[in-house]
Write a protein that binds this ligand. Sequence first.
Ligand code: 13P
Length: 389
Amino acid sequence: MASATILKSSFLPKRSEWAATSRSPTSRQPAAVCFTVRAGSYADELVKTAKTVASPGRGILAMDESNATCGKRLASIGLENTEANRQAYRTLLVSAPGLGQYISGAILFEETLYQSTTDGKKIIDVLVSQNIVPGIKVDKGLVPLAGSNDESWCQGLDGLASRCAAYYQQGARFAKWRTVVSIPNGPSALAVKEAAWGLARYAAIAQDNGLVPIVEPEILLDGEHSIDKTFEVALKVWAEVFFYLAENNVLFEGILLKPSMVTPGAESKEKATAEQVADYTLKLLHRRIPPAVPGIMFLSGGQSEVEATQNLNAMNQRKNPWHVSFSYARALQNTCLKTWAGRPENVKAAQDTLLIRAQANSLAQLGKYTGEDESAESKKGMYVKNYSY
Ligand code: 13P
């Protein structure tokens, strides 16, 4: 509970509404427009948390692999999927010295929120002592979407309010909900609407319970389509997401987004440079994302570590109205995991590689990454067809 106390804002507002009334300056009548944005009793704290996570030169370490996905990672280095091995790996990540210089938030899987390090400290306390805000994955994964062509929808709204309240008590201050949209399978209007509505309901519930929602409609890399097709689908998806966020009275200043970058499909013959990815992705953001949103924290989606860093750097060559940053899992952890290989004597070297990636992305957030001295491992792509999280 100590962590919750450290993070809890001492000046939480008690009012339950933010209201704004608009009057036309020239009219003698009260203006017809009167609008209210409901943000719950946590409004000020949500804005503060979102700003802290979206702070200059920092981004998010996504380490919220479900136990099943963590098992796949551990298997890739010949380890069994036991609680002890997951704990050893997560201890290595959160205790990398000085991580908080580059990392502002860490997304955890539920097990980790309640887990201790191998030397008995609460993982969330280690994060807070590193100046890293703990976050929590709250979606319950994807299942087939009945009535559509091989598409999925994301579960987890049942009981979400009480889970969010408990996670807040435990020290979490932001949440993540990942749903996916598949281009080769459509996307159908039904799948897009379902993804957008689920994200909006989740975001409203998370805000009501003090957690900043990360809104993540991942447009999967799978497919042979062109970058123009990805752009067209992303325009549709984000239009719908913001329509429903607004309908659910979500406070835009208290959310963070986790989009996919706009790239050609992973199996497309077309390849895009970092500058092209930046052009398309920023054009999408400018057309769809209000400047009230404090931070855009990209997922890496199977790009190589270096590619994800280069693309982010290219986006930060211009002045953007939002903090444009990272929330990578694979593109921060890949070389680190391989370097560790489950051996205690490799922990320091593995932490060093994590810090190298975190620092490179921190520089990319500031538009100052030069790409020197990158390892061959960090240039390997990590795309996996139908990747699940
Ligand atoms: P990747 O960066 O591996 O695509 O992970 C994305 C994600 O949603 C993790 O929270």
